[in-house]
Design a protein around this ligand. Structure first.
Ligand code: C2R
Length: 183
């Protein structure tokens, strides 16, 4: 294993999350891929997995970096669709190039979550993620945990375009939110 692969594994590697996977039976293919640049981003990006789980959407999490593991990040982006993934969520802090690099290698929708790391409170990551050149879109959410939750909700809304059952769950969520429920 190369040093970079070792770092990826240490950061968490692939992790499949879904109700059937949790019960230890045949695993459900992930529909959403959650990527983040470092193991240090895991807690915040786990919020996206939690929200997807609330709507019964299987997802997987991987630590991948456009800076530290560029070949693996590109390979993941290129092969995601054939694995069944329909939406990608990419979280990164500092000079956050992960979402843009992933978007460069796929036509799946890519949602970017800027994270607060280092000294600039996430503004660095926000600008790095949102200011994509025309032709390579990254749908950018807010900084940090709220952005991670909203990325998951937006991914659910994208999937719901072709999934009436999921749309009903989202409608229920809207009604619950109006009554004060938190995501
Ligand atoms: P470490 O805590 O590992 O030093 O990482 C990560 O997302 C993390 O927030 C510090 C920060 O570096 C970010 N990082 C990126 C990328 N890879 C790692 N922005 C990338 O590819 O954009």
């Amino acid at each position: 294993m190369s040093g970079e692969s070792g770092k990826r594994a240490k950061g968490g590697g692939a992790e499949r999350i879904g109700s059937r996977a949790r019960r230890g039976t045949t695993s459900t293919p992930a529909q959403v891929g959650i990527l983040f640049g470092s193991g240090s981003d895991r807690d915040v990006m786990s919020e996206a997995a939690r929200v997807l789980g609330k709507f019964g959407i299987p997802c997987e999490m991987n630590v991948l970096s456009a800076h530290r593991t560029p070949d693996e990040a590109r390979d993941y982006a290129r092969s995601a669709r054939e694995k069944g993934i329909q939406v990608l969520i990419c979280g990164a802090g500092m000079a956050a190039h992960l979402a843009g690099a992933v978007a460069a290698s796929t036509t799946l929708p890519v949602l970017g979550v800027p994270l607060s790391a280092g000294t600039l409170g996430g503004l660095d990551a926000l600008l790095s993620t949102v200011q994509m050149p025309a032709g390579v879109p990254v749908g950018t959410l807010g900084i940090g945990a709220a952005g991670a939750r909203n990325a998951a909700l937006l991914a659910a809304q994208i999937l719901a375009l072709a999934n009436p059952g999921l749309r009903r769950k989202l409608d229920t969520h809207k009604r619950e939110m109006a009554r004060g429920a938190k995501l």
